[in-house]
Design a protein around this ligand. Structure first.
Ligand code: PMP
Length: 454
């Protein structure tokens, strides 16, 4: 999509990009040298997505503390990306850091429970409302295990996802709708010889008629969804969507799996607790252990019973649900510290107050410049969406992306000392974020928008 439809002339976009790129490269000799020195990493980075940011060479972070980053050249940044939610509660929260040091002296990985295990289970049940929990290492894994459990519990082969959703590197979920509305493997997917649509159905978000039709033959074990689509700009549920989804899934005997990995921004119990959703299964990863690789998946009594029966009816063998480092003493210590001391009501009150400011003031900047954009919000998560009206589904969200414009804005913000999430315009407020940082975010955004429009 050309950037014209975003309300910005393409020439302005390339001028902003060129100016920011020259500044970035000109003032970061050590960053440039580090990029050249990583010869034995594939594509020069420890994980290949790192070359997909807006930067001409990756930013190399020497320090991340609270909501601040410092690069190897000594430039400081106000961090509103926060590791794309992994550090939603700030970088290295003190109670987590202390718990890790304490635990390291007593063992990090034993493949056995530590004394924190029972307490962590109690904390999860009290916070998220489901009675039974398992620990995994990434949200990807938690989703994968929960989907397997759903298939085992129901004896059904298929799953249903919403177009434009992202649930991690879970093979079954890499299905989307093409421009003419047909299900297909998602573009860009590497090394996937299978037609994933055989076992994964996909329908537009907010479309209850399509859900009804997709579940009618009772072959679908599970619907997996985020409460709000947060990975294709931000698509909010229409009034009645979640109630309808719950009613239809129950009526067809399909389990409902809610993935709260990003919507944990809503409040201490996630979006589900805040808005009274009642999932059969629940997943949250990323920030749940304060930045330590850990995720959790929970289930109702009924799902737990059916899963137990399914296990008992199988011959001895591997369940396909688990990894060696999952449920480790390290993870349990970090989970306990995060749940007891970091992700508190007080922390969320602060995050929400700052996100209120971000929403209001970014809306003001957009209005001043008369741009056809709006701000969407999910608790501490704030997103600038390049469309005049709220998005309805993943298909619409695709038309609200302008990669050249977005990367120019991201790099222009970066050289002004502000980091936002890559690939779309997402900003998070953490307990460590300050009003002064929000002031700087707004001032930098206003400056960038003026360069693009005035
Ligand atoms: N679920 C959702 C909703 C996500 O946004 C993501 C990652 N962006 C994941 C799951 C996967 O998380 P991870 O990459 O940590 O496995």
């Amino acid at each position: 999509v050309s950037s014209e439809a975003s309300g910005v002339a393409p020439a302005r976009v390339s001028a902003l990009r060129a100016e920011a790129e020259a500044l970035y490269l000109g003032t970061r000799p050590k960053t440039r040298a580090a990029a050249g020195a990583a010869a034995h990493l594939f594509q020069g980075v420890p994980m290949h997505w790192m070359v997909d940011w807006s930067t001409p060479v990756p930013l190399v972070v020497a320090d991340a503390t609270g909501a601040r980053l410092t690069d190897v050249d000594g430039h400081g940044y106000d961090d509103f990306c926060l590791g794309d939610t992994a550090s939603l509660f700030g970088h290295g929260p003190a109670p987590v850091a202390e718990a890790l040091i304490r635990q390291a002296k007593h063992g990090l990985a034993t493949m056995l429970p530590s004394p924190d295990a029972g307490t962590v289970g109690d904390l999860l049940a009290a916070r998220f409302g489901l009675p039974y929990w398992q620990i995994a290492t990434t949200a990807t894994d938690a989703n994968r295990f929960a989907l397997r459990a759903a298939r085992a519990a129901t004896g059904r082969p298929r799953i249903l996802i919403f177009d434009g959703a992202y649930h991690g590197a879970v093979d079954d979920t890499f299905v989307g709708l093409t421009a003419n509305g047909r299900p297909a493997n998602r573009p860009g997917l590497l090394g996937e010889p299978r037609d994933l649509t055989l076992l994964t159905r996909v329908v537009p978000f907010n479309d209850l008629d399509a859900v009804e039709e997709a579940l009618a033959d009772h072959t679908v074990a599970c619907v997996i969804t985020e409460p709000v689509l947060t990975n294709s700009a931000m698509v909010l549920p229409q009034p009645g969507f979640h109630e309808g989804l719950r009613e239809i899934t129950r009526r067809h005997g399909t389990l409902l799996l809610i993935d709260e990995t990003h919507t944990l921004s809503s409040g201490p119990g996630g979006y589900s607790r805040k808005f009274g959703l009642s999932p059969d299964m629940f997943v949250v990863g990323k920030a749940i252990a304060g930045g330590i690789p850990a995720s959790v998946w929970g289930m109702t009594e009924d799902v737990a019973d059916r899963l137990t029966r399914a296990r008992d009816s199988q011959p001895e063998g591997r369940s396909g649900m688990g990894t060696t480092l999952s449920g480790s003493p390290l993870q349990l210590a970090a989970l306990r510290a995060t749940l007891e001391q970091v992700a508190t009501e007080n922390a969320y009150a602060h995050m929400n107050r700052l996100a209120d400011r971000m929403e209001r003031e970014l809306t003001g900047v957009i209005a001043e410049a008369r741009l056809p954009w709006h701000v969407a919000r999910c608790g501490a998560r704030v997103e600038v969406v390049r469309a005049r009206l709220p998005l309805w589904d993943g298909g619409q969200a695709k038309t609200a992306h302008f990669p050249a414009l977005e990367t120019a804005i991201h790099l222009a913000l970066l050289v002004r000392g502000v980091l936002i999430a890559p690939f779309h315009d997402m900003m998070l407020a953490s307990p460590a974020t300050t009003d002064a940082q929000v002031d700087r975010l707004i001032a930098a955004t206003r400056d960038v928008v003026q360069r693009l429009t005035a």
